[in-house]
Ligand binder design. Structure first.
Ligand code: CIR
Length: 270
């Protein structure tokens, strides 16, 4: 097994439901087509599967329009999983709904608990796990209390958590960056300008292709949204094995490649 930050044996996805048309979005750019979204989702799963992993495909949860964006509901590490506490009130229940599935994989499933008044919140889209640390971007969905709770849980498993800032107006930290390998991050210029990736190699997405920053390194593949030819060329020239997947419909809901799966290697503890 290679680097633990991008080597996975399993992934969890959730089918989009009819309620997807009610999914959250910062700006309304039109109603997503369920048919096209389903076709893209199928291609996405095919790309994951092509690396030889087991995929758990969960059924749609109509009561949660954003339920297909499973990444936000949990953080999966080899040692255990942590159920998030989404900052979007309509998404709170999605996290709890993921617990039974995670319990099939892990002995240890921890939870970011509500603390009554002053409760923290945190979503998986704000968490970037690299080979040396866990970066968590404070955002409109993730606050310091949530980050502190996560730190308390994962430090027991030997991880260090660094709190950074998601740029204003950007939904999640990983909307603007992705891990490419042990040392390398793909980022927008806006995010890297904050200095949060000091000590890493940075590859910038091409100008005007900021939406290409949300990709995933998944085993040997870099799965990226289609329609960003300049960034695809940069990554290809840098030696990455790219797979492009349509994302036009999820993009209407501020979703991308990372949001659509939980990626895990539950048996990779050493
Ligand atoms: C939301 O606003 O919560 C969803 N419409 C999109 C979530 C995207 N998730 C992610 O980037 N991890």
């Amino acid at each position: 097994m290679g680097a633990r930050s991008y080597s996975f044996t399993h992934a969890i996805t959730r089918m989009p439901g009819n309620s997807i048309v009610d999914g959250l979005r910062a700006v309304d750019t039109g109603t997503p087509s369920l048919e096209t979204l389903k076709a893209h989702h199928k291609d996405y799963i095919k790309a994951l599967k092509s690396t030889g992993v087991d995929i758990t495909e969960l059924p749609a949860l109509e009561q949660f329009p954003d339920g297909l964006f499973v990444e936000d509901s949990a953080l999966c590490l080899p040692e255990g999983a942590v159920i998030m506490r989404p900052g979007a009130p309509s998404r709170l229940g999605e996290a709890a709904a993921m617990a039974p599935t995670l319990l099939q994989f892990y002995d240890e499933v921890a939870m970011i608990e509500g603390l009554g008044q002053g409760s923290g919140y945190i979503e998986g889209g704000d968490i970037l796990v690299t080979e040396r640390e866990i970066l968590v971007g404070q955002s409109a969905r993730t606050d310091s209390v949530g980050v502190k709770q996560l730190r308390e849980i994962v430090s027991k498993w030997g991880y260090s958590v660094r709190e950074v800032i998601t740029p204003r107006g950007v939904l999640h930290f990983k909307t603007d960056c992705s891990l490419l390998d042990e040392e390398t991050i793909l980022s927008t210029r806006k995010l890297s300008a904050s200095g949060c990736f000091e000590g890493y190699n940075i590859i910038h997405v091409a100008e005007g292709e900021e939406a290409a920053a949300n990709t995933i390194r998944f085993n040997e593949l870099v799965i990226m949204p289609s329609g960003f030819p300049k960034t695809a060329e940069i990554l290809d020239k840098a030696g990455y094995n790219i797979r492009e997947v349509g994302n036009s419909e999820c993009a209407k809901l501020d979703g991308g490649m990372s949001c659509l799966s939980l990626r895990l290697s539950p048996d990779a503890r050493n």
